[in-house]
Write a protein that binds this ligand. Structure first.
Ligand code: GLU
Length: 280
């Protein structure tokens, strides 16, 4: 999977990271919150917002997909264990989404940035008409020089209309807005060829050009206590993104400065080069 030839392709695949104009950045709950307490990691959030604000200043169009609504709602109410019922989770998301936006509004405003909240469900991407409406809204926000902050509309979404995880949501958003790049900030350095928690010989993959059953096996099914995703949904997202012409990158969101390094074309994380799309 990692031959010398791949390394040559790798540097070419990473070129797009330096030149991309429209970038979707997705951050998961496990990056936004402390694993032990479940409380928001303000240090990390502040650094991330500063990096995004700076990218925006550099002329990039950024769409920020953020999880963390339910975790923020749990924090606010002092709830330790995620409830079982759908209405309780919907209520926590409703409470937490406001908390999250308040924090983002504050941090982004410190750097002179304007944000706009967009909450989506599967219905908003179900057919071309729905996608067009969502796309128009996101593009209008970008055209106004603001940064869309996207999450699933968890307060009303139930299983039938839910995308369910923000890895897939961010890939859908990247495809519908024709972003060149989707960057997923994770709590791990990228995709490994084994489980790095169990196997110390597991190697980080620089680049994955074909998502086959072998790659799916490597992704396993893991997730964390707070997050919904794990590597499995990231691979699903990579499949969708790359077939829609979007290059996807998984990097570790815990390392401050990683986003900037990745966009400078440095060998950070695992890249999944977007496929060329042929329009008839
Ligand atoms: N939309 C969920 C939230 O904000 C997160 C989904 C996910 O973890 O991918 O809590």
């Amino acid at each position: 999977m990692k031959t010398k030839k791949d390394v040559i392709i790798l540097s070419r695949a990473r070129e797009i990271l330096k030149t991309a104009r429209r970038i979707v950045i997705k951050v998961g709950t496990s990056t936004l919150a402390y694993a032990e307490s479940g409380k928001l990691n303000l240090y990390r959030i502040e650094h991330l917002i500063r990096e995004i604000a700076d990218l925006h200043n550099a002329g990039k169009e950024i769409i920020f997909v953020s999880s963390g609504a339910i975790a923020a709602g749990m924090n606010k109410l002092g709830v330790d264990v995620k409830p079982d019922t759908i209405p309780e989770n919907q209520a926590l998301a409703a409470i937490g989404q406001g908390v999250l936006m308040h924090i983002y509004e504050k941090f982004f405003a410190e750097y002179g940035q304007t944000i706009g909240q967009v909450l989506l469900t599967k219905e908003n991407a179900a057919d071309e008409h729905a996608r067009e409406n969502s796309r128009n809204s996101l593009r209008a926000i970008l055209d106004m020089g603001a940064i869309p902050v996207v999450n699933e509309n968890d307060a009303v979404a139930v299983d039938e209309i839910k995308i369910g995880d923000n890895d897939n949501l961010s890939a859908i958003v990247a495809a519908m807005t024709e972003a060149e790049v989707l960057i997923i900030l994770s709590d791990i350095d990228g995709l490994y060829d084994g489980n790095p928690k169990l196997d110390k010989n597991a190697r980080l993959l620089d680049e994955v050009t074909e998502i086959d059953s072998e790659v799916e096996r490597m992704a396993g099914g893991a997730g964390t206590k707070l997050g919904t995703g794990g590597m499995f949904t990231k691979i699903q997202a990579a499949k969708f993104a790359t077939t829609n012409g979007v290059t996807m990158l998984i990097i570790n969101g815990a390392t401050v400065g990683n986003l900037r390094r990745a966009l400078n074309g440095e060998a950070v994380g695992t890249i999944f080069p977007g496929k060329e799309i042929h329009h008839d």
